[in-house]
Design a protein around this ligand. Sequence first.
Ligand code: GAL
Length: 573
Amino acid sequence: MTVGLIVLCTILAILLIAFCTWFLAMKADGKCPLCILKAIGTKKLHIDLKDVPDYDNNVSVSPMMGWSSWNTLRNKISEDSIYETAQVLVNTGLADAGYRFVNIDDCWQSSMRDEAGKLQGDLETFPSGMEALCKRINALGLKMGLYSSNGTHTCEDLPASLGNEELDARTIASWGVEYLKYDFCHHKTLSGSTPIIEYIDLNRKGYHSEYVLKPEMAKFTGRTKVVKCKDLPSGKGIGFLNHGAGTATFRISVEAGGLYAMTIHSKKNLLNAKRYLQVLVNGNLYEAHFPSGRSFTPDARLQLEIRLQSGENTITLCNPIASMADSSYTQYKRMGEALRRASRDWAAFTGTPEKPITFSICEWGFGNPWNWGAKAGNMWRTTLDIFPNWKSIVHIYNRTIKLYRHASPGHVNDPDMLEVGNGKLTFEENRAHFALWCMMAAPLVLGNDIRLLEDGSPKSMDILSILTNKSLILIDQDPMVRPAKRIKKQGSIDVLARPLANGDTALCFFNKANKVKPIELDIDSLKEEKYLRFNRSGIGYEVHDLWTDERYQATKITASVPPHGVKVYRISR
Ligand code: GAL
C-alpha cells in the first residue's frame, strides 16, 4: 500500500516536473502554453467565421450533376475514354437529365510539371493536352472538371497543389475547367506555433529599409505581448502569437503605394518544428511558413511580398491555427479563393464570360468540414470513400443524414459519388441509393461506366431509368437546398422529409431491413415537424409516388417498403 502510494506520488511528481519544464520552455520560446492545449480537439474549429461571408462564386445554387471517372475507371483513363464517356452522356439522355459535368478524377496528371512549373496532362494518355480536351467536351454542351489534392501529391502520388495553389488555379481556369475536386492526400497540417517576431522591415525593390515595425509600435489583443528574448540582438520581440492566442496590429502610413518586401525578423526554432504566421495587410491575407531547424545563428529572416497603399495601412500578425480543422479550413479557403480569382481574372484577360469553378472539398469529413465548408467552397465530402456495396451506402447515409442543417444554396454536403449500377447492388438498392442521395440534396455524380449502358440490356435500361427519374432529380435540385431530416424511425424504417421551394414536401420511407415492411403515415402529422414548415390543411393532399409515377388524393400514406428499398413521394395540396 505504502509502496504503491510512493510509486504513485513519484509518477505524479515526475509528471508535474515534466509539465512545468514544458510550460516554462514554451513561455521562454514566446508561446502561450495554455493556448497550445486547445489543439487537443483536432476536429474543433477555433477560427471565428461569424463575419466571413459564404463562398460565393456564381455557380448553380443546386447541387452539381455529372459523371466522374474514379469509381469505375480509376487510373485507367485517357483522353479517348473520357471523350467517349462525354459523348455517351449526350447520347443516352443523361446530359439532358442534368448530368453535365465530366469530371476527370485522379491520374490525369503527368508526374512532371511543365517547364513553367504548371501541371500538365499525362503525356502518354492525354497527349492532346487538357485544354484541347476541355474544348471538345464543351463543344458537346458539357463542362469539364479536374482533380488535385491539398497536399504535395494526389492520392495516386502524382503532383498536387500545396504551395502552388495560385498557379494551379490559374492554369486550370485558363484551360476552361469548371470544377475542381480537391483531395486530402499528402496534406501537411499548418503549424499552430509561431516564432518570436523581433521586428519587421519594409522596403520597395531597389530601396534600403524604408519602414521598420518594432514590437512596441503594435497594439495587441488576447495574450499576445512583447516578451524578452536574450537570443535576439534587441533582446525582445512579439510573443504569444501561437494557437490563436492573440494578434499584433501595426498602423503605418507610407508615401508610395505598391509592392513592398516585408522582411520578418524572428527567432529560430527551439524545437526544430515548422512554424506559421498570418499577415493581414489591409484585410488581404499573406502566409509565412517558417522552416524547421536552428542552425548556427539564433535569428532568422523570412520575406513576403506584400502590397501597401499610399497613406494609412493596417498590418495584423496572428496565427489562428489551433486544430486540424483550423488548418484544413485555412488551406481549403486558400484554394477556394485562388479559384475565384483565377476564373474572374481569366475572363477579364480574355474578354470572355467568366466560367466559375465549382469547388469541391474532399477532406473526408476529418475536420468536420460541414462547419466551415460553406465559407471555403461549394461542397464537402462528409466521409471517406464510397464502395459499391450496401454496407458502405448505409454507413455514408447514416453519417450524412444528420448533417441536414449544414447546407444552403450553393453549399452542400457531399456523401460521395454514386455507385448506382456498380458492384452487386440490387435493383431496389440502386433505387434506394439514388433516392437517398436526392433526399440529402447531394451532388449527383455518376460513378458507373456509362458506356456500358448503351448495350440496351434490361439491366442497363433499369439503371438509366433510375438515373434519369425526373421527379427525383427535381427533389435533389430543389433551389431551396434544404436536405431531408430523419423525422422518425419506425423499426427498420427511417422516415425522411424535406421542404421544397414551392411549398411541397418530399417524403421518403427507407427500409434498412432484409424483409418487406409496412408503414402508415398520417400526412397531417408532418405539421409537428418545424423544419418542414408544413402548414397546409384541407381535406386531402395530392400524393405523387415518385417511382411508380402514380398520383392520388389522400390524408394518409400506406406503403409496403421493399427490403433495402425506398418509397418516395412528393406531397402537395
Ligand atoms: C480519394 C478520394 C476519392 C478519389 C481518390 C483518387 O482520396 O476520396 O474520391 O478521388 O482519392 O485517388
